[in-house]
Design a protein around this ligand. Structure first.
Ligand code: PLP
Length: 367
């Protein structure tokens, strides 16, 4: 906890590690003796070159990114990549396959449709409670890539496996679970993630792209979204989100000190299991709508009670949790309910406080 007595379960932008905040605070006005802030520094300066270079090398080390993949730090968020991906990969005459498991993959597919034909593989359009139960995908013969979202932040659905494509490269949105478990980068053509959940603050989006996929952009592709142009100038085609890159560098260093991505995986399993276990033992007082094997470790969604008292109980839950310092537990406005976001910076002890509260709330509201 950060000393304020508040536990911040925000879905994003979300809690940053205390150590990162302390370090950023101590360097805010005078970055390492320069006499000015990172906020006031030229992105062409030696100091900033070191910041961006270190961020990239720490990321490469943590994730195990092979040399034939570019690492780009771009602007425009995950949504910017919904456009950048087809603009860079969807050559004329080609199509794209999208596995749709929730709001974000649906949005990505809709955006791609502006640039070419999109085929959707849909898990459950109405409810979004899981992912299609197959690991191998038969793509359309002319598909340029197969896109999926590893963790649907709104619904709380996470892939427990990497889908296998029968040909085209796999493109994956890891915005809300990046660096929460080890990944084999070689299984992917492209991975992207907005920083504001697990790896920093809003403003920068990480793109990891295999080099053979770079250099085929449509002529309409804006230069700032063009992977080839950005790779050629180390993400410095224009002024980058410099402070966000600096914060991301601090978070990456923190992950390394914590024991790396494998340690994050152990921690996130323990945290999410504590909550799912509480839900399972509640005799139906708390209900997670997502099928067990696809329940997200990052965004745990549930409803309270059943029937017409649900909304009222959920409102009370959020209010009473807020009174004892637990913030941002309200589910996304599109689906309601409760959502507990447990990204890397959340401590197991904080989740334990929530679980104690859930149990007490159940006792007080069961007649
Ligand atoms: N993808 C996922 C999985 C997300 O959770 C979000 C935002 O929450 C986005 C994409 C869109 O990101 P941005 O708001 O940075 O455009």
């Amino acid at each position: 906890m950060n000393g304020s007595g508040v536990i911040n379960f925000s879905a994003g932008p979300s809690k940053l590690p205390e150590k990162v905040m302390e370090k950023a605070n101590s360097e805010l006005l005078n970055y390492r003796g320069t006499g000015h802030s990172v906020l006031e520094m030229s992105h062409r300066s030696a100091e900033f070159s070191q910041i961006i270079h270190e961020a990239e090398s720490t990321l490469r080390e943590l994730v195990g990114i092979p040399a034939n993949y570019h690492v780009l730090f771009l602007q425009g968020g995950g949504s910017g990549q919904f456009s950048a991906i087809p603009l860079n990969l969807l050559q004329p005459g080609k199509t794209a396959d999208y596995i749709v498991t929730g709001t974000w993959s649906a949005k990505a597919a809709k955006e791609a449709e502006k640039y070419g034909k999109v085929h959707r593989v849909i898990a459950d359009v109405e409810k979004h409670v899981g992912v299609p139960c197959t690991t191998k995908w038969t793509t359309n013969p002319d598909a340029a890539y197969l896109h999926y979202c590893d963790n649907e932040t709104i619904h709380g659905i996470e892939f427990p496996f990497v889908p296998e494509s029968d040909g085209p490269p796999i493109v994956c949105d890891m915005s809300s679970n990046f660096l929460s478990r080890p990944i084999d980068v070689t299984k992917f053509g492209l991975i992207y993630a907005g920083a504001q959940k697990n790896i920093g603050c809003a403003g920068v989006t990480v793109v990891i792209v295999r080099d053979d996929l770079v250099g085929h952009a449509l002529k309409e592709c804006p230069t700032i979204l063009n992977y080839k142009e950005q790779a050629a100038c180390n993400s410095l085609y224009n002024t980058p989100p410099s402070y966000s890159i600096y914060i991301m560098g601090l978070v990456l260093q923190w992950v390394k000190e914590q024991g790396g991505v494998a340690a994050m995986e152990r921690k996130s399993a323990a945290k999410s299991e504590l909550i799912y276990d509480t839900i399972r033992r509640s005799n139906g007082f708390y209900v997670c709508p997502i099928e067990d094997k696809f329940q997200s470790r990052m965004n745990i969604t549930f409803r309270i009670g059943s029937g017409k008292c649900t909304d009222e109980l959920e409102k009370r839950f959020v209010q009473e949790a807020g009174k004892v310092g637990m913030k941002q537990l309200k589910g996304h406005r599109s689906i309601g309910g409760i959502r507990v976001s447990c990204y890397n910076a959340i401590h197991l002890e904080e989740v334990q406080v929530l679980v104690n509260f859930m149990q007490a709330f159940q006792r007080e509201n069961t007649h």
